[in-house]
Design a protein around this ligand. Sequence first.
Ligand code: DUR
Ligand code: ZN
Length: 127
Amino acid sequence: MALEYKELYRIAREARENAYAPYSRFRVGAALLTRTGRVFTGVNVENASYGAAICAERTACVKAVSEGERDFTAIATVSDRGAAPMCGICRQFLSEFSTEMKVITGDDEEHLEVKTLAELLPENFTL
Ligand SMILES: O=c1ccn([C@H]2C[C@H](O)[C@@H](CO)O2)c(=O)[nH]1
Ligand SMILES: [Zn+2]
């Protein structure tokens, strides 16, 4: 399993190349794994209207849901400054689909931090 996380992390790092972050210069890549074994990548996409930016994690999530996938088992993220702790909006956004999914980040693939989403966001909001 650790190997699988490393591979997911590498995919996130490669995806980071496509980040559009001219304002923050903080590029982020994400790779979201589904139970069926598909991987959806995402990057942050910023905008001249700063608040319109979307994070890499939510980009990956909306791509997956748009393609009919909602059962997520893990997500890896990495910024170009190393580990990318997921923001609160993305924690809540992803928790809609799974709180048991693993969230993987780190400065490099030999130093990955793995937590469940429930650890990162206890008591997520639900209706
Ligand atoms: O986990 C994170 C944290 C930040 N960002 C993006 C949002 C914005 O474009 C830039 C700076 O906050 O990084 C992500 O994509 N994921
Ligand atoms: Zn976010």
